[in-house]
Write a protein that binds this ligand. Structure first.
Ligand code: FES
Ligand SMILES: [Fe+2]
Length: 421
């Protein structure tokens, strides 16, 4: 459990809040690159950490991210003309470049210097891994650009999507770091009822190894012939990497890693960036494979509304089918992320963590909260929080393997936990 004060500290992300200040020290996904497909194309609304912004790809192909409202009389820049390396407000024609400089002010006399005094707020942008990233913190503290393996993977081997989850980022992130729920919430075959009492497989031993970037989280389940070792990576503030669904990596079938970056839209909504890549250069990630995976997750192309929320959502109880719940799967809900969203959104916008009762398998969640709390205090002391230096996580990778019962995962899997792109 958390005190109400710590819960507030961890969940509020607006400008000037402790967690808002922490998030603003990292490069964050602001959009998918393909949402800005052409130079001088339509601007895109972006809401990030409670701030309303507009992204646009200028005449040179560079992306700008500026305030959503014109500094003249606060007209919406969304309706602006994206032309000749700038975004022009259509109310009185003021034009701003991607650095936020006012480059034209046709409603003022030609000799006026007013335009040199007016700026629109703007944030630096970096593109990589099919994602438009931004940094919203103090300019003098801007870290090197993000350097995850999924960002370096060739475009032929990687795929990224986004979904909106209507709850605070922290309960979504907690779900992503909670390996134990997989044996229950995502259990597909309720016909096999042994899972409820099969403690060997449903009560993993959890090792959490704190690192310079966050932690490595290892869930170890004892199977009759072997140990199933599932290694997640947590990179602060809110990245998780793991094997794909179905234990394909464990069986040596698919050299693929999946994960998420949970980026707060505001306190009550989260943009979830879902990435997946093949780490075998000889095995590209086909579009069919990517779409099939997203569809199993419940967020395939046919599963989303235009605003990237799920069609199966709280307004229709996520499509729960009580007959299916008795005979087909554990929840009666189809779609792995649909199951997650039903539970996480159903907790309410921000969980009251003073009311919870954490058990032994919640250890990864407890440590993550401690790291985030510590990092908010580090920022207040003027120190660098864990994980802002990309060199701390650039070689990090998740893993999922069956290993002999007598071996230790540290020696057996160490090489597999190292990125090679
Ligand atoms: S409000 Fe934008 S130019 Fe006047
Ligand atoms: Fe889940």
């Amino acid at each position: 459990m958390l005190t109400p004060q710590d819960n507030e500290r961890l969940t509020r992300v607006g400008a000037g809040t402790p967690m808002g200040n922490l998030y603003r020290r990292y490069w964050l996904p602001a959009a998918i690159s393909s949402a800005l497909p052409e130079n001088d194309g339509a601007p895109l609304r972006v809401r990030l950490l409670g701030e309303d912004l507009i992204a646009f790809r200028d005449s040179n192909g560079d992306v700008g991210l500026v305030g959503a409202f014109c500094p003249h009389r606060r007209a919406p820049m969304f309706f602006g003309r994206n032309e000749e390396c700038g975004l022009r407000c259509v109310y009185h024609g003021w034009k701003f470049d991607r650095a936020g400089e006012c480059v034209d002010m046709p409603s003022e006399p030609p000799d006026s210097l007013f335009k040199t005094k007016v700026r629109i707020e703007s944030y630096p942008v970096w593109e990589g891994g099919g994602i438009v990233w931004t940094y919203m913190g103090p300019p003098e503290l801007q870290p090197a650009p993000p350097d995850f393996e999924f960002v370096r993977a060739p475009a032929t081997h990687a795929y990224v999507t986004r979904t909106v989850e209507d709850c605070n980022y922290l309960q979504a992130l907690e779900g992503g770091l909670d390996s134990t729920h997989i044996s229950f919430l995502h259990k597909q075959n309720a016909g096999d009822v042994t899972y409820l009492h099969d403690y060997e497989s449903t009560v993993p031993r959890i090792d959490v190894e704190v690192t310079d970037y966050g932690y490595m989280y290892i869930g170890i389940r004892h199977l009759p012939e072997s140990q199933w070792v599932r290694g997640y990576q947590y990179v602060m503030p809110a990245v998780q990497m793991r094997d794909g669904f179905g234990g394909g990596n464990r069986r040596g079938e698919t050299p693929k890693i999946s994960g998420h970056y949970w980026v707060p839209i505001d306190d009550a909504a989260t943009m979830v960036y879902n990435f997946r890549y093949s780490y075998d250069p000889a095995d590209p990630l086909t579009l069919d494979d990517a779409v099939a995976y997203e569809t199993i997750a419940g967020r395939g192309p046919g599963d989303l509304l235009p605003d990237f929320r799920l069609k199966k959502n709280r307004t229709n109880d996520y499509g729960i089918d009580r007959a299916l719940q008795k005979t087909g799967n554990f929840t009666g809900i189809v779609g792995v992320n649909t199951q997650d969203y039903a539970l996480q959104e159903g907790m309410g916008p921000i969980v009251d963590r003073s009311q919870e009762h954490l058990g032994t398998t919640d250890r990864a969640i407890i440590v993550m909260r401690q790291l985030l709390l510590e990092a908010t205090y580090a920022v207040e002391r003027g120190e660098a929080p864990r994980g802002i230096d990309p060199s701390t996580y650039r070689s990090v990778r998740s893993f999922d393997r069956n290993i002999p019962r007598e071996s230790s995962w540290q020696t057996t899997i160490a090489a597999e936990a190292t990125a090679r792109y």
